[in-house]
Design a protein around this ligand. Sequence first.
Ligand SMILES: C[S@@+](CC[C@H](N)C(=O)[O-])C[C@H]1O[C@@H](n2cnc3c(N)ncnc32)[C@H](O)[C@@H]1O
Length: 148
Amino acid sequence: MTVLDLGCGPGFFTIELAQMVGKSGRVIAADLQEGMLQKLRDKIQGTELEERITLHKCEENKIGLPEDADFILAFYMVHEIPHQEEFLNEIKSILKSNGHLFIVEPPFHVSKTEFEEMVKKAKDARFTPVESPKVLFSMTVILKKGPQ
Ligand SMILES: C[S@@+](CC[C@H](N)C(=O)[O-])C[C@H]1O[C@@H](n2cnc3c(N)ncnc32)[C@H](O)[C@@H]1O
């Protein structure tokens, strides 16, 4: 499985994801800030996870990934995106046809209404919500692609 940890920050979840995908899987850790990617680079350097994790620097308004992912995690990052419609459309083009996007947002930065508006934008971009797993202190949604 190829997983994209979008807005990976210092890689808290990247490391866990790399352990979950196992030796045959890959994790792409993508962030806007080179400083965050460097923190993650320092953490994995010389470990067996180094081979499984690819670091990718995003641009301000473009993820710019050259390959597709089976699963995308966007943990506490979507609220930092100014143009969410364009962002969701780009995510859709990166996600494989049977893939899933997991968005987790913090209630201390995002109101329930704002979260619902974001889910509506995702539906407008032709994603379908399939689940809302419980994550402590968070609002969540798992989306799949479609209807086409
Ligand atoms: C609050 S941090 C969350 C980090 C990590 N996901 C976690 O939960 O530990 C948000 C991260 O999203 C990144 N970010 C914000 N806008 C971005 C964009 N347009 N593309 C990629 N990363 C972005 C920030 O640089 C920051 O590292």
